[in-house]
Design a protein around this ligand. Sequence first.
Ligand code: PMP
Length: 396
Amino acid sequence: MSTPTLLAERVTGLVAPSPFGAVLGHVADDAVHLTGGSPAPESLPRDEFAHRTVEVLADLDSAARALDYSGHQGDPALRRWIGAREGVDASRVVITNGALHGLSMTLLAAVDPGDLVFVENPVYPLAVKTLQLTGARVDAVPVDEDGLDVDALDRALRSGARPRALYVVPDFQNPTGSVLAPDRRLRLVELAERYGFLVISDNPYSELRGSGEDIPDLDPASDRIVHVNTFSKTLGPGLRLGWTVAPEWLVAGLLDLRARHDQHASSLLQAVVTRLVTRDDLFERTVAAASVLYNERAVALVDGLRAELGDGVDVALPAGGVFAWPRFTDPNLDVEALASAAAAEGVVFLPGGQFSVVGDSSAARRHARVSFGQTSSDQLRTAASRIARAYRRVIG
Ligand code: PMP
């Protein structure tokens, strides 16, 4: 007889929102994996990281600070650097252990059980998972080539929907790669103010623009806007370091939660990253070089898919980030079956339906999410031809 567990309902009530990375069947030994959202290791400033770590630890005073407890809100110099980039006072910046941590604290601080929260459809599934901690009701607003469909949101609000919060990824959205159009950004802030809900902008790919002009994030001057962000896509997700820009009314709530969780992000890591990002223009050079690399890879992938699949695929070149979102034009094609066949041919990607965990999934099921950040252009061309082989097998 097994011993009954002592798990709280808070945990037993959690359900996986999607079979993220579901078993695809046989995966070829030499498979190219196009599933993750991590940065290319060769784009990360390893040497600089090593030097700054030694520097922090070599000096007794700075080592003592870096190895001691520090404030809940995070290193003041790092908050000043982030505040300057975000266009807000450092007092509104809270250093977190990554974007998901910032999202989870923001939701816990601002959403009560039973509240309605809107997410995107398709959506980054871990955001929905995080949202389960709040006991909120979750509904979706569709995403198109210009990001969140603000007209659809407007209609839902006019018909009486009263969300407490809305989650959106404005730049190079995960999974679609779309960018929220500037006029939609303005309207979203207006709607948030008119109807009194919080918009949580999660923008981890914003620095990784491959082409076109930067578009400012949702206006942080509004007290209905939160920015959640991270160094995961620029300096490495293993760091677990990010930040949240909160309206003034929310900062104390976040810090109250923080005081009951982990106290603060690693003092050592914050000291190292502060030195790293505030030195010359190292951060700018790092993200500029990474953006060029990802753009080359995006072109290799998209050109490869178009050349191999012709009319069978409709795929936009993403203007940044690390994801492409090809749509297979044959309405009878089962993209899950294609993903399994492709795994056997030696390329692993995620079927689009896995990102449509709230709302109607029929549109997303015709797509695939294909990551290109960590794979060389040559490998991406090979991947495209393997996808085409799998495609021919599946359509018979
Ligand atoms: N938000 C989005 C949209 C992401 O794509 C990711 C990473 N896949 C995260 C948040 C997670 O960021 P972090 O590692 O900083 O928690």
